[in-house]
Design a protein around this ligand. Structure first.
Ligand code: SAM
Length: 211
């Protein structure tokens, strides 16, 4: 009898220990998932953070069509700032550009590289897993950005320091705050603004660069 009750106690404590282990694993998993989700969602909910880390929202087919129309007649190197899944870069490569994408999210970069390989564009579509704010834009005569409103003033300042001669900048959904666009294509969420040599326009018309 006494031996039997000892066995019962042992089984009971073992199963309790197992339960607490399972509980710990579940708590760790749900905690980890909550932290991951918060990190992913932060750029969406925090306007302050959106200036530095924009959320992933893929361009629509109409938006991409508008971007390509905005760049009609252009050629050479192109950069998409925050290239997401690579759809703009790959479309540009198909159109004959030597297109690069810079993207912070390594999964999106890996997917973009795979797509470039799958479509046979490895030589004319390249993807860099880097921070766009630290990326040198001087070599690019064609620049595309689909960002968020909060980042546009700071991006305008970065571009004013780094733009090369004869550059066309295409902004999707959100225009630059002080530059005057040469053309506006599309409507609503799919609107794109085209800036042809924006520094020349600014120096002549606004003159804020001198101040
Ligand atoms: C609005 S999405 C645009 C995606 C793509 N250009 C398109 O049109 O489909 C913005 C992208 O910028 C990326 N991103 C956010 N902050 C970044 C940063 N500091 N440097 C590089 N990429 C960034 C996001 O991960 C996201 O994929």
């Amino acid at each position: 009898m006494a031996g039997g009750s000892v066995k019962e106690v042992d089984v009971d404590s073992i199963s309790r220990r197992r339960l607490s282990k399972t509980g710990l694993i579940l708590i760790s998993l749900s905690g980890g998932a909550a932290v991951t989700l918060s990190v992913i969602c932060l750029p969406f909910v925090s306007p302050a953070l959106r200036r530095f880390c924009l959320p992933y929202v893929p361009a629509t087919a109409t938006q991409i069509k508008n971007v390509m129309s905005a760049l009609a007649g252009r050629s050479g190197r192109l950069i998409d700032l925050g290239s997401g899944d690579g759809r703009i870069v790959l479309t540009a490569a198909k159109a004959g550009f030597v297109a690069d994408g810079v993207e912070l999210n390594p999964w999106l970069v890996a997917y973009s590289k795979f797509q470039a390989f799958r479509l046979g564009f490895c030589n004319c579509a390249r993807f860099y897993c880097q921070d766009l704010w630290k990326f040198n834009l001087k070599p690019y005569p064609n620049i595309v950005i689909f960002g968020v409103q909060e980042m546009m003033p700071q991006l305008e300042m970065k571009l004013e320091k780094e733009l090369c001669n004869d550059v066309h900048v295409v902004a999707c959904r959100f225009p630059f705050p002080t530059w005057t666009p040469d053309a506006t294509l599309g409507a609503g969420m799919d609107t794109v603004w085209v800036y042809k040599n924006p520094l020349r326009i600014n120096v002549n018309s606004v003159g804020h660069l001198a101040s």
